[in-house]
Design a protein around this ligand. Structure first.
Ligand SMILES: [Zn+2]
Ligand SMILES: [Zn+2]
Ligand SMILES: [Zn+2]
Ligand SMILES: [Zn+2]
Length: 417
């Protein structure tokens, strides 16, 4: 397999003494063979070659340790990082092609850090898909592996990262053509597990595979994802005023009232502000017209007066009549375990300073999605959301008694109980 892109970069000096690498696999007559398979079959074939330096290897298998291949002591193996890169690509490609052919799954998990969301998939699901190595997609992108559907459409790219991450320019292009990239950070120890899929690598906490991981780069498949461009202001189609992309979701938690056992739906509006995806409190004063959106998604919000704050503001209401949960106090300010309702589709809008909401897309969540709720919010008391510009960014309630927005939010949430 062609490796020239990666060889343009001088490999960093090997951290480990390569002589001591315990190779889980070796080459035999041009095929990859696994130490575990040979040990289980009690085979000791001759002619085992190193995938790093092409020198002779010996099988080491005993009761005490995991079967592996190793050089005889004094050989200086020139393998290392380049070999790990090349071999990982080969292992994934061979395993995936074989899974597709045999009708077996090759599971993986997409986890987006930005979105705090993940879902499982199966790279071998489409029985007629094709796996290409080093296919040129554009001048900037030529992924290590590309999985394409039977009609030729690229589904997902795989980049094996050993010494350097994919370039920003390449990632921007992957994003532009809507292609997710699985960046695989391999170790020799983790290679054997990749014969069955990439699922265990995606869950570092649950894996016994040291050091290896998978990261989602390129285009994110979650509807709640807000890319860098989604953080830019654009002119509103109706009034020409500043306008931006937001996503709207529903979260649920038990009602505040001790006498009520209902689950309450609250409105989660997300925007990318200052380079970060943040939860914008439904009561933020620059979210004009948000009551209408709340009604459309089955969330009850009302203007109610807080005696403590001496102000009326938008509150989430339970059907029992009690104001509840996050009013514009979001995240950690409450102790309620709010969780995104994945039964409700995620929606994308463009919203302007003057309250023109335009629905761009509405999509159900993939059934296997798991998603968290942001603990960071803007548009709280004394903390303007800065959705559009400074003129609209006055805090909803200004009260100098409060040292911090969280102090104010706690106080006001208390006040309306
Ligand atoms: Zn070697
Ligand atoms: Zn995402
Ligand atoms: Zn407008
Ligand atoms: Zn209630």
């Amino acid at each position: 397999m062609d490796d020239e892109i990666h060889q343009l970069v001088t490999p960093a000096p090997n951290r480990d003494d390569v002589v001591s690498i315990r190779y889980p696999l070796a080459e035999l007559d041009g095929q990859l063979v696994w130490a575990r398979d040979l040990a289980e079959a009690t085979e000791r074939p001759k002619g085992l070659l190193c995938v790093g330096c092409n020198g002779p290897l010996a099988l080491r298998a005993g009761k005490q340790r995991r079967p592996h291949f190793a050089h005889r002591s004094s050989v200086a193996c020139t393998g290392g990082e380049t070999a790990l890169h090349r071999t990982t690509i080969r292992v994934i490609a061979e395993s995936l092609v074989s899974a597709i052919r045999l009708g077996h799954p090759y599971p993986f998990e997409l986890f987006c850090r930005d979105c705090d969301a993940s879902r499982q998939g199966d790279l071998a699901r489409d029985r007629s898909s094709v796996v290409d190595a080093n296919r040129v997609l554009s001048s900037a992108i030529r992924p290590d592996l590309l999985v394409r559907g039977s009609d030729g459409t690229p589904h997902i790219a795989i980049e094996v990262v050993v010494t350097h991450a994919p370039e920003e320019r390449a990632l921007a292009e992957f994003d532009a053509i809507g292609l997710p990239v699985l960046a695989i950070y391999p170790t020799w120890d983790a290679l054997e597990s990749m014969r069955e899929g990439l699922l265990h690598l995606s869950r570092p906490s649950a894996s016994g595979v040291s050091g290896a991981s998978v990261e989602l780069l390129g285009s994110c498949p979650f509807e709640r994802h807000l890319s860098a461009g989604d953080g830019d202001l654009r002119p509103c189609g109706q009034c020409g005023g500043p306008c931006r992309v937001v996503t709207v979701e529903v979260s649920e938690a038990p009602c505040w009232s001790a006498r009520c056992s209902r689950s309450v739906r609250v409105l989660d509006v997300y925007a990318r502000i200052g380079g970060e995806r943040v939860l914008v409190a439904a009561g933020a004063n620059d979210l004009i017209g948000v009551e209408q959106i709340a009604q459309e998604v089955g969330v009850k919000v009302m203007h109610r007066t807080s005696k403590m704050a001496g102000a009326a503001y938008l509150m989430n209401m339970c059907d029992c009549g009690a104001p509840t949960g996050d009013n514009f106090a979001y995240g950690r300010f409450g102790t309620e375990p709010y969780a995104p309702s994945l039964a409700d589709p995620a929606r994308r809008y463009e919203v302007c300073l003057n309250g023109h909401w335009q629905l761009k897309r509405i999509r159900p969540w993939h059934p296997s999605t798991r998603a968290g709720r942001s603990q960071q919010a803007k548009g709280l008391i004394g903390d303007p959301a800065r959705m559009f510009d400074d003129s609209a960014a006055d805090p909803l309630v200004t009260d100098t008694r409060f040292a911090t927005p969280s102090e104010a939010a706690r106080f006001m949430a208390w006040g309306v109980r």
